[in-house]
Every structure is written in structure tokens, then in C-alpha cells.
Design a protein around this ligand. Structure first.
Ligand code: BAL
Ligand code: ZN
Length: 879
């Protein structure tokens, strides 16, 4: 397979101005005709026009109406090359191809989902529809005529505005769509099928009436109310916060059950994985409702950050994804609790991105190379990319950031641009000095920042010495320092923020007014000295997680308990509890490995106990604060990851906390029940989150009284959030109650495939001993289907995310995954490559596990017809 490099980017030799597509949809085959107005970049160019094409049957090629003969072009399995062209002026290229959507199990290009046609073109799926320059810097205006059987496909959709529609002979009909905005082909979309729509309207602030439609099969329509609410909220928010208005008269969303990703931002025709559209209180949890709000927002926000201004090449993916994730995070924060959202986002970064940044697939926010672009839709590009955007905002403030965004659109509307263009807009709009900030785009690895503090009582000064180190990553053995914004506050002995007056660094003095300041750490080592500090303070560092780094400080446990109790920055209160928990759990892991008895520090129990009973705190914040760091986070801190020890310790700490705080936990469950109708708002979600976290703690005690309590919660629940939480609490403990309740839940919800997926996930992620056998049995369950990505993510992805069973010492978990990957790769390489990623950190484990995992990777590498997707992940993992 060929590796593609950012440094080799060259401008295209030909641009496409207009593209007229015509689809004749059929059961056995679909005919795609394209008519493209092509113009050479340089007049008189003798360059060949190379078009991408994959799994296509070429029917004919015409240039300026003249049919080309076989010798006039070259065709291989991936390209159609036209060597001699009338390249003085623009010319018309017409190509007819035949494709087979019903056989397309890769779910990229044009395919069928539950009998309906739909498309997925990002990143490089358009080449599975027709021959094209499938790259994002080819931006053209499109029309699309779709024709098909009127009974089977009564609804025919594509991008832009509907120009005409009508019946044609043979029981067929057509629709003609025109998109007035230039777009790259990855934003092309087509949907045809039996769908109905929930309709609404939104009037933009300049008075445009936009028709909003959410399309689903008829039986799902009642579950689209929350998605419509989310869409309207997103449209309003983007106007209020960024001044960005929708630019067409129609906005369609279609929900499909078979979809590789979460959703896709095709211009005016967003296509969504149905799990991110459909919700009712009985069939979706609070987490689903929140995810729908965030992803509907995300795709809508792409209309400006991604569609109107797009990427020059796929290396720039974070230009649109990092920015749009940042925007959806801000949207969700404004719609709920900012602190809780920040905690959730930082946890995600730590659990998924930090390990990626320390493994064989580590890559910069803007990767330098790829074999399959699909493999780079990663937490690094998305979530670390969003952190990079957040740092601009931290440095510039809300208004400065908005000035940068305004300049970005002023300069680049309807262009395909780079991360430097975004950087330059932020810099130029603010005359800002961003020092070595661009390193964030080019260096992989999570910086480790060490902080040493000292107080000089005589001089009344407080010093913070920072040093930064970015660990080596594949292809990048040494790193340069980067620009790290550190938001700092200093707490006095009563727990209040000290009013800061000035800070000295690098021979300069900066005057400060307020209780928090931003230190600009740009060098490998740097000292900052605060003056007029009346007593030794406790520093609150990296407030709000002001940079995506690992922090090591000299704060004592007492300092951390103090911050947990007093910090005015709520995020850092949570963070202090997490740092304490991580330290404590690591020590216990070491005790466990040495067969020492385990004992929990009573101060930790007290600390969490006082958070638990602090009625001034947000309930969801409390739920987050009493949740222990995940097993992966602890393993991440060990030289050799030991899943058994970490699992045993986490279980021990949970049980101890539950046992010592059981009265408080029981009170929480009792005081936070509600029989009122489900409401999706922060206070109700927070109440449910706290109650259900407490219930899970209590059920972990395996005490029959608490099992009874959980059973009762299950039976009395009026919504899925509470019912599923009770089911999860009960299913922690193997035995008859667990088996009966899981069977009951399935019987109840067997006709709802999205709820059944949760049932699969609950079982696949279970830590009950020997769970691989249960998961293998579930592969044969009638509700499971290897062709459906959501089911794969639930059952197989879920299993790999459960350390103790996936890393079973006998290798059974690895063998299970190895066999599945080979099978899955034949159906859907994108999904298979996501699954194989679970092996990527095999070198972190002991020698026995290393040998077993390596053998599976080698077996996968030797499989016949391995896809480029899986090849890239497996080979890089083995390197
Ligand atoms: N562009 C792929 C899906 C998303 O990030 O919105
Ligand atoms: Zn996106």
C-alpha cells in the first residue's frame, strides 16, 4: 500500500467548475452519469487528468461530446487517466459508470441501508460513485438528478434546492436538485427511500425562512422531537455566539441504521447514524439525549466550519474537525453545565487520546502521512484538535477569538485552506504573538509539564518553575518546546483566591488584576515569580484544563485535599480529587502486586464524603467527583500495565467507598427519585446522574438489601436512564438475579434495535470472569449482525474496552478479536480497522500477553486480501 505525504501536496492540474450528476437507481445496478466542466489550472497544460475510481464499471467517456475509444485513456483498478486533452480552455467531460449499491457492505460511496439508498463520501467514498478528482480542493457547483422506482423510493433527496420533480414511465419518478454553493465531492449526498419527515421552520436573524426536515422510517418519526429541538437550538446558538446564519432555504437530516460514523455534514443533507437522532424517554438515556444535542449541533456547525470553508487536503482535517468539536463543546456547555461538560471532555481526552498519543498510531493534530485517510478520523485530530482551538480562545479571550473567526471567514469563504490560514487569521485579527504555538499542529505526543513551587516569606514572593518535555513518538524522536498557556490562581489559607498584582518572568514584569492569570510557558524551562503574596499559597494550576498536557506537580496530598474542598475553579476541584485517586490507586496496585493487604486512606473517604454531602454543589458535578478514574488511566501510568491488579484495586476502592459511605449513598438514592415525566434539562439530568451513581456504588456491595433496592428502581423506572442504570447496577454481580433481569430487559425491548444495542454493550463490557464466552455466544444471537457497525461497536468494541476480559491472560480475548477482524475486514474495512486498533498498545503489557497479542496481529497481517485500512493499523502496531 502507498503512503501519502503532506510534504508532497501539489495543486491540481485541473479544476472542476460545474458537475451535473444523474443517478438511475435500480435493484441490481445503478447508472451514474456525470457531466463536468473542466478547466486547466495553467492554460495549455499538457498534464494528464487523473481521476480516482474504485469498484466502478466504466461504461463510456466523452470529451467535448466525442466518445473516447479504449486506447484514448488508461484504466486501472483505482484510476482513469486521460492523457491528451484540449487543455487550452475549459472543456466538457462526460462519464457513465455502473455501480452495485446492494452489494456495497463497506458503507462508503452509495449503498443500501434497510432498503433505502444513502451515501457516505467523506473521506474518499465519492470515487466509489463515479470517476472524479476525489480531493477536497476540487470545489464545484453541483446539480443532481435522481430517478428511481416511485413505490420503492418515494423520497428522492440530494444537496441544495429542489428544482423540479415528476413522474416518468415505468412507475418511476425523478427529482432534480441544485446546490448553489461550491463544494468538494466529500460533501455530496443522495438519499432515496421510504421515509417520512418531521417538519419545522427556523427564521434566521436576517429573516430567511428555513424549512427543516428530519427524515426517518414512519415508525421512528415520534422519536425525532429532541433532534428537531437540538437543530433549532444549534441554529440559534451559532447566530448568537458566532454571528453565523444558515445559507439555504432547506435543511434536511436523514437517520439511517447502518452508518460507519456518527453522522455526516453533507451540504443541506446531513446523514446520521440513527442512534444520534432517535430518542424518546423510554428508549434513550440522558447520555443519548446529550449526544444527540452535541452531534446535531456539530454537523450543523460544519455548514460554516467545514463546508463554506473547507480543507485544502485531508492532512488539514483538524482545521474543520478540531474547530467544529470545539464549537459543539461550547454549544453543549451553554445548553447545560459548563464545568460538567468540561470534565466529560477532558476525561474523554485522557481515556482515549492520551493513550493514542503514546502509542504506535501517535500522530500530530495535522498528520504528516497516511495510507488510508479513514484511519485518521481520530481522537487526536478531533479532541486534541479541539483543545488546540480552545487554547486560542484562552489566550485571546472571547472577543479576540471572535475577531479571529470573523477574519477567517472574511478571508476564506468558499475556499479550501490550511491550518496555517486559521492560525494567521487568529494572529492577524489580534496582532497576537503566538510564539511557537504552531508546534501543536506538527508534533505528536502529550507534553509532560513538571511544576515546582517555592515561597519566599521574606520577599513575599511565590515562584513556579515549569519544565516541559514531549516524549518521542514514531518518526519523531526529538521534540521542540511548544507554547503552553497555564491558567493559574493562588489560594490563601482560608481557601480564597489571592488577588494577584504582578508576575515576573524572563526579565519582564507583567501587571495582573484579578484572581487568575495566564502564564505563557514557551520554553523548555521557565520560572514565573508572583510578588506581594502574603503567605504560602496553594497554587491551582491549569485551571479549566488550559492545555492538553500531563501535569506533574510537587503538591502534597494535603494541598490536593485543600483544592478539592476550596478551589474556586470547579474543574480543578474535580481534578484534585482525580489526582488523589490516581495516586492512591497506583500505590494500592503496587501493594496488590506484592500481596500486601489493601487499605483505603480514610482521608480520601472523608474528602469524597464531604463532596457527597455538600448541597451547594451541582449534583452532576458530585456524581463526576465521586467517580473513580478508569482502569485504563491507571494502567497508563504504569511501566508495565497490569490489568488484573488494576481491576482488583479499582473494585476494592469502589467497594470500600460504598461500604463506608453507604448511609449517605442511600439517602441520595431516596432523595433523588422522581415519578414526574422525563425532562431533558440540566437539573433533572444531574439529579438522575447522582442517584444512579450512588445506586451503582450500593449494588457493588452485593448486599441482598441493595440488590432489592436496585431491582425496585428497575421496576419503578419511568424512563430508560433510570431503568438502564438499575439494570447496569444489578448486572455487576454474576448470578441468577443478573441473568433474569438481563432476559427481562431483552424481552421488553427486543423490537427496538437501539435499545438492544445497549443490552449488547452492557454485557460485552462486563467484568464478570470469563466473559469472552458470553460474548462469543452473543455473536450468534438473532439480533446481532456483523454487517451493522452499531452492533459491532456494541458487542466487539465494547468487549475490547473492558480491560480485564479483553486482556485475559490465556489470550482468549485476543484470539476472539483476531478472528473477528479477519471476518469483518471482508465486509467493512473501516469498521474492521477501528476494531484492530484495540491491539495497538500491546507492548504495554507483560511478556506473555505481548506474545499472544503479537501472534494475533501477525495472523491478521497474513490474511488474504487484507484491506489498506487494517494493514495500516496492524503494521504500524507491529513496527
Ligand atoms: N466529517 C465526518 C463526521 C463529522 O466529524 O462530522
Ligand atoms: Zn465533524
Amino acid at each position: 500500500p502507498k503512503e501519502i505525504f503532506l510534504k508532497n501536496y501539489t495543486k491540481p492540474d485541473y479544476y472542476f467548475e460545474t458537475v451535473d450528476l444523474s443517478f438511475s437507481l435500480g435493484e441490481e445496478k445503478t447508472i451514474v452519469s456525470s457531466k463536468i466542466k473542466v478547466s486547466p489550472r495553467v492554460k495549455g497544460s499538457s498534464a494528464a487528468l487523473v481521476l480516482d475510481g474504485h469498484d466502478l464499471k466504466l461504461l463510456s467517456v466523452k470529451v467535448e461530446g466525442k466518445l473516447l475509444k479504449e486506447g484514448d485513456y488508461q484504466l486501472d483498478s483505482r484510476h482513469l487517466t486521460l492523457p491528451s486533452l484540449p487543455a487550452e480552455e475549459s472543456f466538457v467531460l462526460e462519464i457513465d459508470t455502473e455501480i452495485y449499491p446492494h452489494k456495497n457492505t463497506s458503507l462508503e460511496g452509495l449503498y443500501k441501508s434497510s432498503g433505502n439508498f444513502c451515501t457516505q463520501c467523506e473521506a474518499e467514498g465519492f470515487r466509489k460513485i463515479t470517476f472524479y478528482q476525489d480531493r477536497p480542493d476540487i470545489m464545484a457547483k453541483y446539480t443532481c438528478r435522481v430517478e428511481g422506482d416511485k413505490t420503492l423510493y418515494p423520497v428522492l433527496l440530494s444537496n441544495g434546492n429542489l428544482i423540479s420533480q415528476g413522474d416518468i414511465e415505468g412507475g418511476r419518478h425523478y427529482a432534480l436538485w441544485e446546490d448553489p454553493f461550491k463544494k468538494p465531492c466529500y460533501l455530496f449526498a443522495l438519499v432515496a427511500g421510504q421515509l417520512v419527515s418531521r417538519d419545522d421552520t427556523f427564521t434566521t436573524r436576517s429573516g430567511r425562512q428555513v424549512s427543516l426536515k428530519i427524515w426517518t422510517p414512519a415508525e421512528d418519526l415520534p422519536k425525532t422531537a429532541h433532534a428537531m429541538y437540538s437543530l433549532k437550538a444549534a441554529m440559534k446558538w451559532d447566530e448568537d455566539v458566532f454571528g453565523l446564519e444558515y445559507d439555504l432555504d432547506l435543511f434536511n437530516i436523514v437517520a439511517v441504521p447502518d452508518f460507519n460514523m456518527g453522522a455526516m455534514e453533507n451540504k443541506s443533507l446531513n446523514i446520521f447514524n440513527s442512534k444520534l437522532v432517535l430518542a424518546s424517554p423510554e428508549t434513550a438515556t440522558d447520555a443519548d439525549y446529550a449526544a444527540i444535542l452535541g452531534v446535531i449541533g456539530h454537523e450543523y456547525f460544519h455548514n460554516w466550519t467545514g463546508n463554506r470553508v473547507t480543507c485544502r487536503d485531508w492532512f488539514q482535517l483538524s482545521l474543520k474537525e478540531g474547530l467544529t468539536v470545539f464549537r459543539d463543546q461550547e454549544f453543549s456547555s451553554d445548553m447545560g453545565s459548563r464545568t460538567v461538560k468540561r470534565i466529560a471532555d477532558v476525561s474523554k481526552l485522557r481515556i482515549y487520546q492520551f493513550p493514542q498519543d503514546a502509542g504506535p498510531m501517535a500522530h500530530p493534530v495535522r498528520p504528516h502521512s497516511y495510507i488510508k485517510m479513514d484511519n485518521f478520523y481520530t481522537v487526536t485530530v478531533y479532541e486534541k484538535g479541539a483543545e488546540v482551538v480552545r487554547m486560542y480562545k484562552t489566550l485571546l479571550g472571547t472577543q479576540g477569538f471572535r475577531k479571529g473567526i470573523d477574519l477567517y471567514f472574511e478571508r476564506h469563504d468558499e475556499q479550501a485552506v490550511t491550518c496555517e490560514d486559521f492560525f494567521a487569521a487568529m494572529r492577524d485579527a489580534n496582532n497576537a504573538d503566538f510564539a511557537n504555538f504552531l508546534q501543536w499542529y506538527s508534533q505528536a505526543g502529550t507534553p509532560v509539564v513538571k511544576v515546582v513551587s517555592s515561597y519566599n516569606a521574606d520577599a513575599r514572593t511565590f515562584s513556579l518553575k515549569f519544565s516541559q518535555e514531549i516524549p518521542p513518538t514514531p518518526g519523531q524522536p526529538t521534540k521542540e518546546p511548544t507554547f503552553i498557556p497555564v491558567v493559574v490562581g493562588l489560594l490563601d489559607s482560608s481557601g480564597k483566591d489571592i488577588t494577584l498584582s504582578s508576575v515576573h518572568y524572563d526579565g519582564t514584569v507583567q501587571t495582573i488584576s484579578g484572581s487568575s492569570t495566564i502564564l505563557r510557558v514557551t520554553k523548555k524551562q521557565e520560572e514565573f515569580v508572583f510578588s506581594d503574596i502574603p503567605e504560602r499559597p496553594v497554587p491551582s494550576l491549569f485551571r479549566g484544563f488550559s492545555a492538553p498536557v500531563r501535569v506533574e506537580t510537587d503538591l502534597s496530598n494535603d494541598d490536593l485535599f485543600f483544592l478539592l474542598a476550596h478551589d474556586s475553579d470547579e474543574f480543578n476541584r474535580w481534578e484534585a480529587g482525580q489526582v488523589l485517586a490516581r495516586k492512591l490507586m497506583l500505590n494500592l496496585v503496587s501493594d496488590f502486586q506484592q500481596n500486601k493487604p489493601l487499605a483505603l486512606n480514610p482521608k480520601f473517604v472523608q474528602g469524597l464524603g464531604s463532596v457527597l454531602s455538600d448541597s451547594s454543589l451541582d449534583k452532576e458535578f458530585i456524581a463526576k467527583a465521586i467517580t473513580l478514574p478508569g482502569e485504563g488511566e491507571i494502567m497508563d501510568m504504569m511501566a508495565v500495565a497490569d490489568p488484573d491488579a488494576v481491576h482488583a484495586v479499582r473494585k476494592f476502592v469502589r467497594k470500600q467507598l460504598a461500604s463506608e459511605l453507604k448511609e449517605e449513598l442511600l439517602k441520595i438514592v431516596e432523595n433523588n427519585r422522581s415519578t414526574e415525566a422525563y425532562v431533558f434539562d440540566h437539573s433533572n439530568m444531574a439529579r438522575r446522574a447522582l442517584k444512579n451513581t450512588a445506586l451503582a456504588y450500593l449494588a457493588s456491595l452485593e448486599d441482598p438489601a441493595y440488590m432489592e433496592l436496585a431491582l425496585n428502581e428497575y421496576k419503578m423506572a419511568t424512563n430508560l436512564t433510570d431503568q438502564f442504570a438499575a439494570l447496569a447496577a444489578l448486572s455487576q454481580n454474576p448470578g441468577k438475579t443478573r441473568d433474569d433481569i438481563l432476559a427481562d430487559f431483552y424481552n421488553k425491548w427486543q423490537d427496538d434495535y437501539l435499545v438492544v444495542n445497549k443490552w449488547f454493550l452492557l454485557q460485552s463490557t462486563s467484568d464478570i470472569p470469563g466473559n469472552v464466552e458470553n460474548v462469543k455466544k452473543l455473536l450468534d444471537h438473532p439480533a446481532f449482525d456483523l454487517r451493522n457497525p452499531n452492533k459491532v461497536y456494541s458487542l466487539i468494541g465494547g468487549f475490547c474496552g473492558s480491560p480485564v476480559n479483553f486482556h485475559a491472560k490465556d489470550g482468549s480475548g485476543y484470539k476472539f478479536l483476531g478472528d473477528i477482524v479477519v471476518q469483518l475486514d471482508k465486509l467493512n474495512p473501516q469498521v474492521a480497522s477501528r476494531m484492530v486498533s484495540a491491539f495497538s498498545r500491546w507492548k504495554r503489557y507483560d511478556e506473555t500477553r505481548q506474545g499472544l497479542a503479537k501472534a494475533q496481529l501477525e495472523m491478521i497481517m497474513s490474511a488474504n486480501g487484507l484491506s489498506e485500512n487494517v494493514f495500516e493499523i496492524a503494521s504500524k502496531s507491529l513496527a
